[in-house]
Design a binder for this molecule. Structure first.
Ligand SMILES: *Cc1c(COP(=O)(O)O)cnc(C)c1O
Length: 458
Protein backbone atom coordinates (compact mmCIF):
# COMPACT_ATOMS: atom_id res chain seq x y z
CA UNK A 1 0.00 0.00 0.00
CA UNK A 2 1.22 3.47 -0.86
CA UNK A 3 2.05 5.49 2.24
CA UNK A 4 -0.12 8.61 2.67
CA UNK A 5 1.45 12.03 3.10
CA UNK A 6 2.00 13.30 6.61
CA UNK A 7 3.08 16.71 7.88
CA UNK A 8 6.88 17.08 7.68
CA UNK A 9 6.93 18.68 11.13
CA UNK A 10 5.88 18.01 14.69
CA UNK A 11 4.40 20.52 17.12
CA UNK A 12 6.61 22.23 19.71
CA UNK A 13 4.18 24.85 21.05
CA UNK A 14 0.41 25.22 21.01
CA UNK A 15 -1.98 28.16 21.22
CA UNK A 16 -5.24 27.45 23.02
CA UNK A 17 -8.53 28.35 21.36
CA UNK A 18 -11.89 28.44 23.05
CA UNK A 19 -15.30 27.06 22.15
CA UNK A 20 -18.42 29.12 22.76
CA UNK A 21 -22.14 28.41 22.86
CA UNK A 22 -24.61 29.07 20.07
CA UNK A 23 -26.45 31.55 22.31
CA UNK A 24 -23.25 33.55 22.80
CA UNK A 25 -22.52 33.53 19.08
CA UNK A 26 -26.04 34.69 18.18
CA UNK A 27 -25.54 37.66 20.49
CA UNK A 28 -21.99 38.43 19.27
CA UNK A 29 -22.79 38.38 15.56
CA UNK A 30 -25.79 40.65 16.08
CA UNK A 31 -23.58 43.09 18.01
CA UNK A 32 -21.05 42.89 15.16
CA UNK A 33 -23.82 43.93 12.73
CA UNK A 34 -23.42 40.63 10.88
CA UNK A 35 -19.92 41.63 9.77
CA UNK A 36 -17.30 39.03 10.77
CA UNK A 37 -14.45 41.56 10.49
CA UNK A 38 -15.95 43.24 13.56
CA UNK A 39 -15.62 40.14 15.74
CA UNK A 40 -12.63 40.00 18.08
CA UNK A 41 -10.51 36.90 17.45
CA UNK A 42 -11.14 35.42 20.93
CA UNK A 43 -14.74 34.76 19.82
CA UNK A 44 -13.58 32.55 16.93
CA UNK A 45 -12.91 28.82 17.29
CA UNK A 46 -11.52 28.08 13.80
CA UNK A 47 -10.40 31.19 11.94
CA UNK A 48 -10.41 30.76 8.16
CA UNK A 49 -10.75 34.47 7.38
CA UNK A 50 -7.43 34.53 5.53
CA UNK A 51 -4.16 32.70 4.95
CA UNK A 52 -2.35 36.05 4.96
CA UNK A 53 0.14 36.49 7.78
CA UNK A 54 -1.58 33.77 9.80
CA UNK A 55 0.87 30.90 9.21
CA UNK A 56 2.93 29.20 11.92
CA UNK A 57 6.68 29.82 11.77
CA UNK A 58 9.14 26.98 12.24
CA UNK A 59 11.75 26.75 15.03
CA UNK A 60 14.34 27.74 12.40
CA UNK A 61 12.34 30.86 11.59
CA UNK A 62 12.01 31.76 15.28
CA UNK A 63 15.76 31.26 15.62
CA UNK A 64 16.24 33.77 12.81
CA UNK A 65 14.48 36.37 14.95
CA UNK A 66 17.38 36.17 17.41
CA UNK A 67 19.92 36.52 14.60
CA UNK A 68 18.28 39.64 13.14
CA UNK A 69 20.69 42.45 12.30
CA UNK A 70 18.89 45.73 12.93
CA UNK A 71 21.48 47.97 11.26
CA UNK A 72 19.75 50.76 9.36
CA UNK A 73 21.78 50.21 6.19
CA UNK A 74 23.37 47.09 4.74
CA UNK A 75 22.26 44.63 7.44
CA UNK A 76 23.30 40.99 7.14
CA UNK A 77 19.58 40.06 7.39
CA UNK A 78 18.93 42.03 4.20
CA UNK A 79 21.69 40.20 2.32
CA UNK A 80 20.46 36.87 3.63
CA UNK A 81 16.97 37.57 2.25
CA UNK A 82 18.23 39.03 -1.01
CA UNK A 83 20.41 35.96 -1.63
CA UNK A 84 17.54 33.60 -0.94
CA UNK A 85 15.23 35.48 -3.31
CA UNK A 86 17.77 35.80 -6.15
CA UNK A 87 18.76 32.14 -5.79
CA UNK A 88 15.13 31.00 -5.82
CA UNK A 89 13.76 33.26 -8.55
CA UNK A 90 16.85 34.09 -10.58
CA UNK A 91 15.92 37.80 -10.66
CA UNK A 92 18.96 39.96 -9.80
CA UNK A 93 17.39 43.14 -8.35
CA UNK A 94 15.60 43.03 -5.01
CA UNK A 95 13.72 45.56 -2.84
CA UNK A 96 12.01 44.70 0.46
CA UNK A 97 8.66 46.31 1.35
CA UNK A 98 6.40 46.01 4.40
CA UNK A 99 3.79 43.91 2.56
CA UNK A 100 2.45 43.02 -0.90
CA UNK A 101 0.38 46.12 -1.58
CA UNK A 102 3.38 48.27 -0.66
CA UNK A 103 5.38 46.49 -3.36
CA UNK A 104 2.55 47.29 -5.78
CA UNK A 105 2.52 50.91 -4.67
CA UNK A 106 6.28 51.33 -5.20
CA UNK A 107 6.53 49.50 -8.52
CA UNK A 108 3.32 50.90 -10.02
CA UNK A 109 4.51 54.41 -9.11
CA UNK A 110 7.28 53.79 -11.62
CA UNK A 111 5.31 51.97 -14.30
CA UNK A 112 1.57 52.80 -14.29
CA UNK A 113 0.31 56.10 -15.73
CA UNK A 114 -3.12 57.65 -16.22
CA UNK A 115 -4.98 56.08 -19.16
CA UNK A 116 -2.91 52.87 -19.08
CA UNK A 117 -4.28 49.35 -19.43
CA UNK A 118 -2.97 46.41 -17.40
CA UNK A 119 -4.18 43.09 -18.78
CA UNK A 120 -3.85 39.88 -16.78
CA UNK A 121 -5.77 37.05 -15.16
CA UNK A 122 -8.16 38.21 -12.39
CA UNK A 123 -6.26 40.94 -10.52
CA UNK A 124 -6.16 40.81 -6.73
CA UNK A 125 -8.28 43.58 -5.13
CA UNK A 126 -5.39 45.71 -3.78
CA UNK A 127 -3.60 45.32 -7.12
CA UNK A 128 -6.66 46.51 -8.97
CA UNK A 129 -6.98 49.31 -6.41
CA UNK A 130 -3.40 50.49 -7.07
CA UNK A 131 -4.01 50.39 -10.83
CA UNK A 132 -7.35 52.24 -10.65
CA UNK A 133 -5.98 54.77 -8.13
CA UNK A 134 -3.59 55.82 -10.93
CA UNK A 135 -6.58 56.22 -13.31
CA UNK A 136 -5.52 53.16 -15.27
CA UNK A 137 -7.62 50.08 -16.05
CA UNK A 138 -7.14 46.43 -15.09
CA UNK A 139 -8.37 44.17 -17.90
CA UNK A 140 -9.41 40.64 -16.87
CA UNK A 141 -8.32 38.11 -19.51
CA UNK A 142 -8.86 34.93 -17.42
CA UNK A 143 -10.15 31.88 -19.32
CA UNK A 144 -13.96 31.50 -19.20
CA UNK A 145 -13.72 28.08 -17.50
CA UNK A 146 -12.64 29.86 -14.30
CA UNK A 147 -16.11 31.32 -13.83
CA UNK A 148 -18.00 28.02 -13.82
CA UNK A 149 -17.33 26.13 -10.59
CA UNK A 150 -18.62 22.86 -12.08
CA UNK A 151 -16.12 22.76 -14.96
CA UNK A 152 -13.02 20.63 -14.39
CA UNK A 153 -9.87 22.35 -15.65
CA UNK A 154 -6.39 21.91 -14.18
CA UNK A 155 -5.34 25.53 -14.73
CA UNK A 156 -8.26 27.85 -14.14
CA UNK A 157 -5.80 30.66 -13.42
CA UNK A 158 -4.68 30.70 -17.07
CA UNK A 159 -4.85 33.74 -19.29
CA UNK A 160 -6.99 33.42 -22.42
CA UNK A 161 -4.46 34.16 -25.16
CA UNK A 162 -7.09 35.44 -27.57
CA UNK A 163 -8.47 37.90 -25.02
CA UNK A 164 -4.92 39.07 -24.29
CA UNK A 165 -3.97 39.53 -27.94
CA UNK A 166 -7.20 41.45 -28.48
CA UNK A 167 -6.15 43.94 -25.79
CA UNK A 168 -2.75 44.27 -27.51
CA UNK A 169 -4.38 44.82 -30.91
CA UNK A 170 -6.78 47.58 -29.86
CA UNK A 171 -4.44 49.41 -27.43
CA UNK A 172 -1.37 51.46 -28.36
CA UNK A 173 1.72 49.66 -27.02
CA UNK A 174 2.85 52.63 -24.90
CA UNK A 175 -0.41 52.44 -22.95
CA UNK A 176 0.32 48.90 -21.70
CA UNK A 177 3.08 49.11 -19.08
CA UNK A 178 2.99 45.35 -18.49
CA UNK A 179 0.90 42.20 -18.46
CA UNK A 180 0.37 40.92 -14.91
CA UNK A 181 -0.01 37.21 -14.10
CA UNK A 182 -1.25 36.45 -10.59
CA UNK A 183 0.19 33.13 -9.42
CA UNK A 184 -1.91 31.35 -8.13
CA UNK A 185 -4.95 33.35 -9.14
CA UNK A 186 -6.62 34.22 -5.83
CA UNK A 187 -9.71 35.91 -7.26
CA UNK A 188 -10.73 32.89 -9.33
CA UNK A 189 -10.32 30.56 -6.34
CA UNK A 190 -6.60 29.97 -5.70
CA UNK A 191 -6.36 28.49 -9.17
CA UNK A 192 -3.07 27.53 -10.81
CA UNK A 193 -1.46 28.97 -13.93
CA UNK A 194 0.32 26.44 -16.16
CA UNK A 195 3.93 26.73 -17.27
CA UNK A 196 2.69 26.48 -20.84
CA UNK A 197 0.49 29.54 -20.27
CA UNK A 198 3.35 31.55 -18.73
CA UNK A 199 5.50 30.66 -21.75
CA UNK A 200 2.74 31.61 -24.19
CA UNK A 201 2.19 34.98 -22.46
CA UNK A 202 5.94 35.67 -22.61
CA UNK A 203 6.04 34.84 -26.31
CA UNK A 204 3.07 37.03 -27.17
CA UNK A 205 4.38 39.90 -25.03
CA UNK A 206 7.75 39.64 -26.80
CA UNK A 207 5.97 39.89 -30.14
CA UNK A 208 4.23 43.10 -29.06
CA UNK A 209 7.15 44.46 -27.03
CA UNK A 210 5.31 44.39 -23.70
CA UNK A 211 6.78 43.66 -20.27
CA UNK A 212 5.58 40.71 -18.15
CA UNK A 213 5.23 40.92 -14.36
CA UNK A 214 4.03 38.33 -11.85
CA UNK A 215 2.05 38.81 -8.64
CA UNK A 216 3.56 35.90 -6.71
CA UNK A 217 1.90 35.67 -3.27
CA UNK A 218 1.37 31.91 -3.79
CA UNK A 219 4.05 30.99 -6.33
CA UNK A 220 5.16 27.88 -4.40
CA UNK A 221 1.64 26.42 -4.32
CA UNK A 222 1.45 27.14 -8.05
CA UNK A 223 4.74 25.28 -8.64
CA UNK A 224 3.32 22.31 -6.74
CA UNK A 225 0.27 22.21 -9.03
CA UNK A 226 2.55 22.31 -12.08
CA UNK A 227 4.49 19.35 -10.73
CA UNK A 228 1.32 17.37 -10.04
CA UNK A 229 -0.67 18.29 -13.16
CA UNK A 230 1.52 19.38 -16.06
CA UNK A 231 3.20 16.89 -18.36
CA UNK A 232 6.99 17.00 -18.20
CA UNK A 233 7.28 18.35 -14.66
CA UNK A 234 6.52 15.27 -12.57
CA UNK A 235 10.21 14.57 -11.89
CA UNK A 236 11.36 18.14 -11.39
CA UNK A 237 11.88 19.59 -7.92
CA UNK A 238 9.73 22.51 -6.75
CA UNK A 239 12.79 24.76 -6.78
CA UNK A 240 13.57 23.78 -10.41
CA UNK A 241 9.99 24.52 -11.42
CA UNK A 242 10.08 27.88 -9.63
CA UNK A 243 13.31 28.77 -11.46
CA UNK A 244 11.71 28.00 -14.81
CA UNK A 245 8.52 29.96 -14.00
CA UNK A 246 10.61 33.08 -13.46
CA UNK A 247 12.47 32.74 -16.77
CA UNK A 248 9.33 34.09 -18.40
CA UNK A 249 8.93 37.28 -16.39
CA UNK A 250 10.66 40.65 -16.09
CA UNK A 251 9.84 41.02 -12.43
CA UNK A 252 7.50 40.26 -9.57
CA UNK A 253 5.66 41.71 -6.58
CA UNK A 254 5.30 39.47 -3.54
CA UNK A 255 3.15 39.41 -0.44
CA UNK A 256 5.41 37.44 1.91
CA UNK A 257 2.46 36.90 4.25
CA UNK A 258 1.39 33.98 2.07
CA UNK A 259 4.05 31.65 0.65
CA UNK A 260 6.77 33.38 2.67
CA UNK A 261 5.14 31.85 5.80
CA UNK A 262 5.92 35.14 7.56
CA UNK A 263 3.50 37.26 9.56
CA UNK A 264 4.47 40.44 7.71
CA UNK A 265 6.55 41.43 4.69
CA UNK A 266 6.75 41.80 0.95
CA UNK A 267 9.22 42.49 -1.84
CA UNK A 268 9.86 43.47 -5.43
CA UNK A 269 12.21 41.41 -7.63
CA UNK A 270 13.32 42.73 -11.02
CA UNK A 271 15.41 41.93 -14.06
CA UNK A 272 15.84 45.50 -15.34
CA UNK A 273 18.29 47.80 -13.57
CA UNK A 274 16.64 50.99 -14.81
CA UNK A 275 13.27 50.20 -13.26
CA UNK A 276 14.96 49.08 -10.08
CA UNK A 277 16.80 52.41 -9.82
CA UNK A 278 13.51 54.33 -10.17
CA UNK A 279 11.76 52.03 -7.72
CA UNK A 280 14.49 52.64 -5.12
CA UNK A 281 13.48 56.30 -4.90
CA UNK A 282 9.84 55.43 -4.27
CA UNK A 283 10.87 52.74 -1.79
CA UNK A 284 12.78 55.31 0.23
CA UNK A 285 9.81 57.71 0.08
CA UNK A 286 7.09 55.20 1.01
CA UNK A 287 8.73 52.25 2.78
CA UNK A 288 12.19 52.94 4.17
CA UNK A 289 15.79 52.65 3.09
CA UNK A 290 16.40 50.10 0.31
CA UNK A 291 17.97 47.50 2.62
CA UNK A 292 14.96 47.23 4.93
CA UNK A 293 11.90 48.75 3.18
CA UNK A 294 9.62 48.68 6.21
CA UNK A 295 10.84 45.33 7.54
CA UNK A 296 12.92 44.75 10.65
CA UNK A 297 16.12 42.73 10.26
CA UNK A 298 14.71 39.81 12.25
CA UNK A 299 11.65 39.66 10.01
CA UNK A 300 13.84 39.57 6.90
CA UNK A 301 15.74 36.62 8.42
CA UNK A 302 12.54 34.75 9.25
CA UNK A 303 11.21 35.39 5.74
CA UNK A 304 14.41 34.14 4.14
CA UNK A 305 14.03 30.85 6.02
CA UNK A 306 10.26 30.72 5.34
CA UNK A 307 10.80 30.97 1.58
CA UNK A 308 13.18 28.02 1.68
CA UNK A 309 10.69 25.91 3.65
CA UNK A 310 7.70 26.91 1.50
CA UNK A 311 9.45 25.60 -1.63
CA UNK A 312 10.01 22.11 -0.20
CA UNK A 313 7.86 19.39 -1.79
CA UNK A 314 6.94 17.63 1.48
CA UNK A 315 5.68 20.86 2.98
CA UNK A 316 3.59 21.68 -0.10
CA UNK A 317 2.17 18.18 -0.27
CA UNK A 318 0.82 18.46 3.27
CA UNK A 319 -0.25 22.08 2.78
CA UNK A 320 -2.18 21.64 -0.46
CA UNK A 321 -3.19 18.17 0.74
CA UNK A 322 -4.93 19.61 3.80
CA UNK A 323 -6.90 22.08 1.66
CA UNK A 324 -7.95 19.21 -0.62
CA UNK A 325 -8.84 17.11 2.43
CA UNK A 326 -11.43 19.72 3.42
CA UNK A 327 -12.61 20.05 -0.19
CA UNK A 328 -13.16 16.30 -0.55
CA UNK A 329 -15.08 16.10 2.73
CA UNK A 330 -17.38 18.92 1.67
CA UNK A 331 -17.92 17.36 -1.73
CA UNK A 332 -18.82 14.06 -0.10
CA UNK A 333 -21.49 15.89 1.92
CA UNK A 334 -22.87 17.41 -1.31
CA UNK A 335 -21.71 20.96 -0.49
CA UNK A 336 -21.02 22.75 -3.84
CA UNK A 337 -17.40 23.89 -4.08
CA UNK A 338 -15.11 25.39 -6.75
CA UNK A 339 -13.12 22.67 -8.49
CA UNK A 340 -10.33 21.89 -8.71
CA UNK A 341 -9.72 22.83 -5.07
CA UNK A 342 -7.54 25.91 -4.62
CA UNK A 343 -4.03 25.84 -3.19
CA UNK A 344 -4.83 27.92 -0.12
CA UNK A 345 -8.59 27.82 0.25
CA UNK A 346 -11.88 26.11 -0.49
CA UNK A 347 -14.53 28.24 -2.15
CA UNK A 348 -18.21 27.45 -1.64
CA UNK A 349 -20.50 28.29 -4.55
CA UNK A 350 -23.53 30.13 -3.20
CA UNK A 351 -25.39 30.13 -6.51
CA UNK A 352 -25.68 26.39 -5.98
CA UNK A 353 -25.79 26.34 -2.12
CA UNK A 354 -28.57 28.91 -1.66
CA UNK A 355 -30.05 29.38 -5.17
CA UNK A 356 -33.19 31.02 -3.78
CA UNK A 357 -31.40 33.89 -2.07
CA UNK A 358 -30.80 36.61 -4.70
CA UNK A 359 -27.36 38.25 -4.91
CA UNK A 360 -29.01 41.49 -3.73
CA UNK A 361 -29.42 39.77 -0.32
CA UNK A 362 -25.72 38.79 -0.05
CA UNK A 363 -26.01 34.99 0.13
CA UNK A 364 -22.26 34.42 0.66
CA UNK A 365 -22.24 36.81 3.61
CA UNK A 366 -25.35 35.06 4.93
CA UNK A 367 -23.57 31.71 4.85
CA UNK A 368 -20.55 33.26 6.59
CA UNK A 369 -22.91 34.43 9.36
CA UNK A 370 -24.66 31.05 9.57
CA UNK A 371 -21.32 29.23 9.76
CA UNK A 372 -20.18 31.41 12.64
CA UNK A 373 -23.45 30.83 14.50
CA UNK A 374 -23.31 27.08 13.82
CA UNK A 375 -19.76 26.45 15.00
CA UNK A 376 -17.70 29.60 15.69
CA UNK A 377 -15.94 29.37 12.32
CA UNK A 378 -14.93 32.53 10.45
CA UNK A 379 -14.80 32.50 6.64
CA UNK A 380 -14.94 35.46 4.29
CA UNK A 381 -17.40 36.61 1.64
CA UNK A 382 -16.04 36.86 -1.91
CA UNK A 383 -19.20 38.04 -3.56
CA UNK A 384 -21.52 41.01 -3.93
CA UNK A 385 -20.37 42.82 -0.79
CA UNK A 386 -16.75 42.65 -1.91
CA UNK A 387 -17.64 43.56 -5.51
CA UNK A 388 -18.99 46.86 -4.13
CA UNK A 389 -20.90 49.48 -6.11
CA UNK A 390 -20.19 50.83 -9.58
CA UNK A 391 -18.27 54.08 -8.95
CA UNK A 392 -20.47 56.00 -11.40
CA UNK A 393 -24.00 54.54 -11.20
CA UNK A 394 -23.60 53.57 -7.47
CA UNK A 395 -25.55 50.38 -8.23
CA UNK A 396 -24.45 47.08 -6.69
CA UNK A 397 -22.08 45.16 -8.97
CA UNK A 398 -23.10 41.52 -9.19
CA UNK A 399 -20.05 39.30 -9.75
CA UNK A 400 -20.19 36.13 -11.83
CA UNK A 401 -19.17 34.07 -8.82
CA UNK A 402 -20.80 34.39 -5.40
CA UNK A 403 -18.42 32.58 -3.02
CA UNK A 404 -17.66 31.94 0.62
CA UNK A 405 -13.91 31.45 1.00
CA UNK A 406 -12.45 29.22 3.68
CA UNK A 407 -8.74 30.08 3.67
CA UNK A 408 -6.51 27.66 5.53
CA UNK A 409 -3.60 29.19 7.49
CA UNK A 410 -0.27 27.41 6.87
CA UNK A 411 0.77 24.76 9.45
CA UNK A 412 -1.83 25.99 11.98
CA UNK A 413 -4.80 23.61 12.10
CA UNK A 414 -5.07 19.82 12.10
CA UNK A 415 -7.31 17.70 9.93
CA UNK A 416 -9.61 17.33 12.95
CA UNK A 417 -10.31 21.03 12.57
CA UNK A 418 -11.08 20.39 8.90
CA UNK A 419 -13.54 17.64 9.92
CA UNK A 420 -15.18 20.06 12.34
CA UNK A 421 -15.56 22.69 9.60
CA UNK A 422 -16.94 20.17 7.10
CA UNK A 423 -19.61 18.91 9.51
CA UNK A 424 -20.65 22.45 10.42
CA UNK A 425 -21.20 23.22 6.73
CA UNK A 426 -23.01 19.93 6.19
CA UNK A 427 -25.44 20.80 8.99
CA UNK A 428 -26.24 24.13 7.34
CA UNK A 429 -26.46 22.53 3.90
CA UNK A 430 -28.93 19.95 5.22
CA UNK A 431 -31.25 22.66 6.53
CA UNK A 432 -30.74 25.08 3.60
CA UNK A 433 -34.43 24.93 2.58
CA UNK A 434 -35.28 26.64 5.89
CA UNK A 435 -33.08 29.62 4.95
CA UNK A 436 -35.48 31.95 3.18
CA UNK A 437 -34.16 35.47 3.72
CA UNK A 438 -30.78 37.09 3.24
CA UNK A 439 -29.25 40.25 4.64
CA UNK A 440 -29.62 43.94 3.97
CA UNK A 441 -27.15 46.78 4.42
CA UNK A 442 -27.89 49.40 7.08
CA UNK A 443 -24.62 51.33 6.68
CA UNK A 444 -21.66 51.22 4.29
CA UNK A 445 -18.48 53.18 3.53
CA UNK A 446 -18.12 54.80 0.11
CA UNK A 447 -15.33 52.37 -0.95
CA UNK A 448 -13.96 49.01 0.31
CA UNK A 449 -17.26 48.64 2.12
CA UNK A 450 -16.90 44.95 3.08
CA UNK A 451 -14.47 45.69 5.93
CA UNK A 452 -16.79 48.00 7.85
CA UNK A 453 -20.27 47.35 6.46
CA UNK A 454 -23.21 47.01 8.88
CA UNK A 455 -26.04 44.61 8.06
CA UNK A 456 -29.30 43.21 9.40
CA UNK A 457 -31.45 40.23 8.51
CA UNK A 458 -33.79 41.06 5.60
C1 LIG B 1 -2.38 39.29 -0.40
C2 LIG B 1 -2.16 39.59 -1.81
C3 LIG B 1 -1.70 40.84 -2.24
C4 LIG B 1 -1.51 42.01 -1.28
O1 LIG B 1 -0.58 41.71 -0.32
P1 LIG B 1 -0.66 42.26 1.19
O2 LIG B 1 0.54 41.65 1.81
O3 LIG B 1 -1.95 41.82 1.78
O4 LIG B 1 -0.56 43.75 1.10
C5 LIG B 1 -1.51 41.04 -3.59
N1 LIG B 1 -1.74 40.04 -4.48
C6 LIG B 1 -2.16 38.83 -4.11
C7 LIG B 1 -2.39 37.77 -5.13
C8 LIG B 1 -2.39 38.56 -2.77
O5 LIG B 1 -2.86 37.35 -2.40
Amino acid sequence: MQLPYAEPFKIKMVENIKKSTKEERLEWIKEAKYNLFKLSSDKIFVDLLTDSGTGAMSDQQWAELMLGDESYAGSSSFFKLKNTVTNLLGLPYFLPTHQGRAAENVLFSVLVKEGNFVPGNSHFDTTKGHIEFRKAKAVDCTIDEAFDTTVQHDFKGNIDMEKLENVFKITPKEKIPFTLITITCNSSGGQAVSMENMKAVRKLCNKYGIRVLYDIARFAENAYFIKKREVGYENKSIKEIVKEMFLYTDGAVMSSKKDGIANMGGFIALREEEIFTHACTYNIMFEGYITYGGMSGRDMGALSQGLKEATEFDYLESRVGQVAYLGKKLKKYGVPVQEPFGGHAIFIDLKRFLPNIPQSEYPAQLLAVELFIEAGIRGVEIGTLLADRDPITRENRYPKLELLRLAIPRRVYTNNHMDYVAVALKNIFDRRSEIKKGLEITWEAPIMRHFTVELKRA
